[in-house]
Design a protein around this ligand. Structure first.
Ligand code: ARG
Length: 462
């Protein structure tokens, strides 16, 4: 068997079955990213073991000093990582033994790699929640600045990507502030829920040593220890919740990336992206491509892929730990990296983008965007039922379309030919500015409502 496997897979696994097993088994290539969390967890564990008289104070001190040296070696790039030692936990423990000798062997008392990896990974994901919350806050501020600058700039609002009604630039920007704020809330919720410490669950059943789980939980900044040892080592909900929150956030970022692609096109010209986030074409001199937005739109899909991939890893696993769960990390690492890059790039793009007010205003007034205002006026001024008003307006839109003009360009006589009751007053509601000012319902697009929301968000974001 060994020979045939070797001849099939060839040179890359020239060492035979052992090399193939090492390649599939070793996680050190990626889980070295958990080194700081692993060392923090070990420090807390050793201190607790000494406090409970399970190991001596001298051994705990030796372990602590040794771990400081291990951390320094890793940070200096001189740590001898070994795939034969499988993962970050065994690499660090082996090096600790080289450095301090026998006391190193006492560190793993009342602990298993199962609760060790669970606590390391939770600490790492918790940090990523904090980073996502910070990144989202920065992006919300960027959108808020755009909203404030353009609280009354008219632009077309779309449904079906067809001109629907005029809205304000500020209102559109604030829509993203709302979405991102919900994203932030999801990361906050996930963080609060994951903030329980699995260390001390040991392999799966707890331990016979008189450990103090409250002490390790507090030392690592957790609210409390987890309550069920089986759940503690088999749970990856915290990673899934992170990926779920990240997926929804990625969807929001991707929608804005798509809008940037559309808006920066020659057909729309709604925004100009700075040179920093676009490139020219090597053959077509007129082009300026929104590469960063396109790349984000594509890259963000990886986060959704990671979410599904980890769900699939977990869905077939009987309790408790199975080695399948080692496949959790690469997905989460990649998703977190992509999310942080996405947030940073989007913040840069939003800060850099310049709205083309003339193009926005011209588009806001075209496409019969004030047809609803006309229908509403027929209801208000003439007492028509809305359905009839809708019909009259539709006829007027067709008339304007055939004449090749916009609604305000129709004469009063033309209007009265459709409904005799129409008066001069109608022209007051056909203008874009008027339409915008009139949308004063709470949450509406009127500039005064937008300014209120900007003020509310300024206060909330501090
Ligand atoms: N590298 C492993 C992981 O990431 C650590 C836990 C191993 N536990 C075990 N019983 N083999 O999941």
């Amino acid at each position: 068997m060994a020979d045939s496997a070797n001849s099939m897979w060839g040179g890359r696994f020239a060492g035979g079955v052992d090399a193939i097993m090492e390649a599939i088994n070793a996680s050190i290539g990626f889980d070295r990213r958990l080194y700081a969390q692993d060392i923090a967890g070990s420090r807390a564990h050793a201190a607790m073991l000494a406090a409970r008289g399970i190991i001596s104070a001298e051994d705990a001190a030796a372990i602590d000093q040794g771990l400081t040296r291990v951390a320094a070696e890793i940070e200096a790039g001189s740590f001898p990582f070994s795939p034969a030692l499988e993962d970050i936990h065994m690499n660090i423990e082996a090096r600790l033994k080289d450095l301090i000798g026998e006391p190193a062997g006492r560190l793993h008392t009342a602990r298993s790699r199962n609760d060790q990896v669970a606590v390391d990974f939770r600490l790492w994901v918790r940090d990523q929640c904090d980073a996502a919350i910070d990144g989202l806050t920065a992006l919300m501020r960027a959108f808020l600045d755009q909203a404030e600058a353009g609280a009354d700039w008219p632009m077309p609002g779309f449904t079906h990507l067809q001109t629907a009604q005029p809205v304000t630039w500020g209102h559109h920007m604030l829509a993203y502030v709302e979405m991102l704020s919900r994203d932030r809330g999801r990361f906050m919720d996930a963080r609060a829920r994951m903030n329980e410490c699995p260390l001390g669950a040991a392999a799966l059943a707890g331990t016979s040593f008189p450990i103090d789980r409250d002490m390790t939980a507090a030392a690592l900044g957790f609210d409390r220890p987890t309550a069920n040892s089986l759940d503690s080592v088999s749970d990856r909900d915290f990673a899934l919740e992170f990926l779920g929150a990240a997926s929804i956030c990625a969807m929001h970022l991707s929608r804005f990336a798509e809008e940037l692609v559309i808006w920066s096109s020659a057909q729309f010209r709604f925004v100009r992206l700075s040179d920093a986030f676009s490139t020219g074409s090597s053959i077509m001199p007129q082009k300026k491509n929104p590469d960063a937005a396109e790349l984000l739109r594509a890259k963000l899909g990886r986060i959704m892929g990671a979410h599904v991939a980890l769900l699939v890893v977990m869905k077939g696993l009987a309790l408790t730990y199975s080695k399948d769960m080692q496949e959790d990390k690469e997905q989460v690492f990649d998703a977190a990296d992509t999310l942080m890059l996405g947030l940073a790039a989007m913040t840069g793009m939003v800060r850099d983008m310049a709205a083309n007010r003339d193009a926005l205003a011209a588009a806001a007034g075209s496409g019969f965007s004030t047809a609803t205002d006309l229908a509403d006026w027929l209801v208000r001024a003439l007492g028509l039922p809305f359905r009839q008003a809708h019909h009259v307006t539709g006829t007027l839109v067709r008339m304007a379309e055939e004449a090749g003009c916009d609604l305000p360009d129709l004469s009063l006589v033309q209007m009265q030919s459709v409904h005799a009751g129409i008066t001069d007053d109608v022209f007051g509601v056909l203008g874009v500015e008027n339409s915008l000012r009139s949308r004063r319902s709470y949450g509406g697009t009127a500039p005064e409502r937008v300014r209120e929301q900007v003020a509310t968000w300024r206060e909330r974001l501090g």
